[in-house]
Design a binder for this molecule. Structure first.
Ligand SMILES: Cc1ncc(COP(=O)(O)O)c(C=O)c1O
Length: 459
């Protein structure tokens, strides 16, 4: 063997890098890292699953030399099984629903696999269904072995013996939180168990697309009605036995649009060429990190597969806008546009502990009727002239008292990127809108400011 080479492609499975995200998660205190599983030779983390399933079947004598691996798969597990089968002399038959893309079918055929296509629009009990056809092929093919990733314990075990120990070693155990999307549950169950056995308080966070049943099941114990969504590879409409929901500390829900926009951002802003379920997992991880606030954790997110398979969907503007995942530019613009459209004015604030007397002077000087109150550099509330008036009516002359008792929360906070059209509904409930860039107040918008802006735009 030449130095520096491995003996065959199977030995190249794994050893994927972990990379820090620098832009898409810049606003959170925690650090978010991604495990680049799409760099596996078959294009996904399912290479590890396929290898463990085949090794396990060989050990048990379920797969004999020259045997045939049968699986109902729409892609990644099939690619993993097919590439390992190619090196070990097995045949493969994959059963796929007819909604699958031409590229996915062509990829499996490229590895020499036989692909059987079934109609999607039939009941699971129908002899033409995906499940029934798989069963029949397994029964009728001599030397057939059903990989069965939804019920084969070798699936989560693959992550327990391969993915997780590799991550633990790479990071020297310096991880606090693991985030993954949930399909068969192999990844989260296998990795989650490994990490929890090694570190007390380790957090395992599952990400579930809206439409899948996992979220409701974890929250309420009820199996609600699943509905269709577009992100591929995660979420289920049944409970696979490979999923151990007990290992999950928290479950975060994501919608198609945020998954796809995050996938695009990962590719464009971070150069990470990952697929839709990766965007979902990162979007979920960021949401979790936002909830942590000032608590700083090392969060590692597993990225299952690559952007390659989704070029004609997530990365195609036409497909994205036809499906409502790209918004047309909003003619009313953003809060930033509103702030820029008016004459520059200083951000007037008062401090917690300031006197009523001073606050009245500030309102008078600037001709305003409410003022944000800042404490230790952060927005702590709002004081308005009507509250000052009521206070002085009840307590005549007490103008040296601090304003603290009058601070109220009758305002909303937005960011400079918030769409102006959202302000209308925000003003139904709030007196004033404070614009925060990170923690800094960069603008204050009243109803009259909004009216002036809208009037100016239509003039
Ligand atoms: C693209 C993609 N993402 C995520 C997953 C979910 O991983 P797991 O099945 O281990 O829960 C899968 C697996 O089916 C997948 O193919």
């Amino acid at each position: 063997m030449m130095k520096g080479a491995v003996a065959n492609v199977v030995e190249a499975i794994g050893h994927t890098p972990i990379i820090k995200l620098n832009k898409v998660a810049a606003h959170v205190k925690s650090e978010i890292y991604v495990k680049m599983e799409f760099l596996n030779p078959g294009g996904s983390m399912k290479d590890r699953v396929a290898l463990n399933i085949i090794l396990d079947a060989e050990r048990r004598g379920l797969l004999q030399p020259g045997g045939t691996i049968v699986e109902a798969t729409s892609g990644n597990t099939g690619a993993g099984l097919a590439l390992i089968a190619a090196t070990r002399g097995y045949k493969c038959i994959f059963v796929m629903p007819d909604k699958m893309s031409h590229e996915k079918i062509a990829t499996l055929r490229a590895f020499g696999a036989k692909v059987v296509i079934c109609p999607t629009a039939v009941e699971p009990e129908d002899p033409r269904s995906y499940y029934e056809v798989t069963k029949r092929i397994v029964a009728e093919t001599p030397g057939a072995f059903h990989a069965n990733q939804y019920h084969n314990p070798a699936n989560p075990e693959a992550h327990y013996v391969s993915t997780a120990p590799e991550m633990w070693e790479q990071t020297a155990g310096d991880m606090d939180v693991f985030v993954a999307g949930m399909g068969t549950g192999g990844t989260i169950s296998g990795c989650g168990r490994y990490f929890k056995e090694r570190k007390q308080g380790f957090q395992v966070i599952g990400v579930d697309p809206i439409g899948s049943l996992y979220y409701d099941y974890v929250k309420t114990g009820r199996l609600t009605k699943p509905f269709a969504y577009s992100v591929e590879g995660i979420g289920e409409d049944f409970l696979p036995s490979t999923m151990n929901l007990k290992i999950i500390d928290e479950i975060v829900r994501v919608d198609d649009k945020e998954c796809f926009l995050m996938t695009r951002a990962l590719v464009r802003d971070e150069g990470i060429f990952c697929g839709g379920s990766s965007g979902a997992a990162v979007a979920g991880a960021i949401r979790y990190a936002e909830q942590l606030g000032d608590v700083k954790k090392n969060i590692v997110v597993l990225l299952p597969d690559s952007a390659q398979k989704y070029l004609s969907k997530i990365f195609d503007d036409k497909w994205m806008s036809e499906n409502g995942f790209l918004e047309a530019p909003d003619p009313l613009g953003t809060v930033q546009d509103l702030l820029r459209s008016r004459p520059r004015r200083p951000i007037v604030t008062v401090g917690r502990g300031d006197s009523i007397h001073n606050t009245i002077a500030v309102l008078k000087e600037h001709g305003i009727s409410q003022v944000p109150v800042i404490e230790s550099g952060r927005l702590s509330g709002l004081v308005s002239e009507i509250d000052l008036l009521n206070y002085l009516l009840a307590n005549p002359g007490k103008i040296d008292e601090p304003i603290d008792g009058l601070i109220e929360a009758d305002y909303a906070t937005v960011t400079p990127q918030t769409k102006v059209k959202l302000l209308r509904t925000i003003f139904n409930d709030a007196k004033l809108v404070c614009v925060l860039d990170r923690d800094d107040v960069v603008g204050v918008i009243s109803k009259i400011d909004l009216i002036e802006y809208l009037a100016g735009r239509t003039a």
